[in-house]
Write a protein that binds this ligand. Structure first.
Ligand SMILES: NC(=O)c1ccc[n+]([C@@H]2O[C@H](COP(=O)([O-])OP(=O)(O)OC[C@H]3O[C@@H](n4cnc5c(N)ncnc54)[C@H](OP(=O)(O)O)[C@@H]3O)[C@@H](O)[C@H]2O)c1
Length: 287
């Protein structure tokens, strides 16, 4: 439902008054909370493993009609067969987000089989990179998957959501996008961009009936982080990440970050002046 009160003409001399706009507590989340997933159609882009797959499974268990996309869906066929036998099938639609035509084609397939209620963009590419080993090809690869891929999917999904006047766009970003970090030369800027897009979408779409959220995980044990050669603080499982995400959506939050014992410190560090921030990062990472 649109949050902006419709303009209603009141005839001259009438004692009727137009309804007042919906009143919200100052600072309250603008998204409609999603507590009941039964019957909702959810498209998860980049969900063949890790956080995306854990969310797909959690949403399916909560009764959602789940559509999973990624390049390699081979490992999901057994799960899909089980879901089908249980009476709530999942759809597997192969997709490479770096291919604009494929994105358009798959989005059309998604739309053709029913109204879409929720989009989760979690496709991600990460390789540690430092300025001393600057690699333009990999820099651009990060940009193409993490940022341009999101734009291609938005280009296909936004018109659908605007036309139906409902929907929710959730984007998996990262705490690595909050401020510059060593090893994050290629990855961090793409996540900063993704968060910026989400912030603007949230403001632009609040009165169009479309919810927007940004997910900022700390360290989650997935194939993406398996390459890290350091001990990851406050490491959680993909299932714990999915639980935190569903909890965030159920409260209508914009900023869903977890685990708080880690992200709360990073939120504080985000506010520090450069001098203190750089000194602390150096101290904690040794880099
Ligand atoms: N793990 C963490 O600690 C952490 C922390 C902060 C943020 N994140 C973010 O969380 C999201 C999920 O990552 P994850 O940790 O769960 O890692 P993951 O298991 O490696 O998941 C990445 C997903 O992206 C998909 N993908 C990659 N390139 C793609 C492409 N060109 N087209 C379509 N799909 C593509 C992969 O599927 P295919 O290879 O089959 O295409 C896979 O399903 C990413 O955006 C990541 O940046 C992760």
């Amino acid at each position: 439902m649109s949050l902006q009160a419709a303009k209603i003409e009141v005839p001259k001399g009438s004692t009727l008054r137009p309804p007042s706009p919906v009143k919200r507590r100052w600072g309250a989340p603008l998204n409609a909370p999603i507590q009941d997933w039964r019957g909702r159609r959810v498209w998860l882009v980049g969900a063949s493993s890790g956080i995306g797959l854990a969310c797909a499974k959690a949403l399916h268990a909560a009764g959602a009609h789940v559509i999973v996309s990624a390049r390699d869906l081979g490992t999901l066929s057994e799960w899909a067969a089980t879901c089908k036998s249980q009476g709530l099938p999942v759809e597997l639609l192969s997709l490479d987000v770096t291919d604009a035509l494929q994105v358009k084609y798959v989005a059309r397939q998604v739309a053709a089989s029913g109204k879409l209620d929720f989009l989760l963009y979690c496709a991600g590419h990460y390789r540690a990179q430092r300025a001393t080993e600057f690699d333009l090809t990999d820099m651009l690869r990060h940009q193409d998957v993490n940022y341009n891929g999101l734009l291609r999917v938005l280009d296909a999904v936004l018109p659908m959501f605007l036309q139906q006047g409902s929907g929710h766009i959730s984007v998996v970003s990262s705490v690595a996008g909050w401020r510059g970090l060593p090893n994050g030369l290629a990855y961090g800027p793409t996540k900063a961009a993704v968060t910026h897009v989400a912030e603007t979408l949230y403001m632009d779409l609040q009165d169009k009936g479309i919810g927007v959220s940004v997910v900022n995980p700390g360290f989650v044990a997935t194939p993406l982080t398996a390459q890290n050669n350091f001990q990851m603080p406050a490491l959680i499982s993909p299932e714990q990440a999915a639980t935190a995400m569903l909890a965030g959506w159920s409260e209508g939050l914009f900023d869903i970050h977890f685990p708080k014992r880690f992200t709360a410190w990073l939120k504080l560090m985000r506010l520090l002046p450069y001098r203190a921030y750089f000194a602390l990062v150096r101290r904690f990472t040794g880099l």
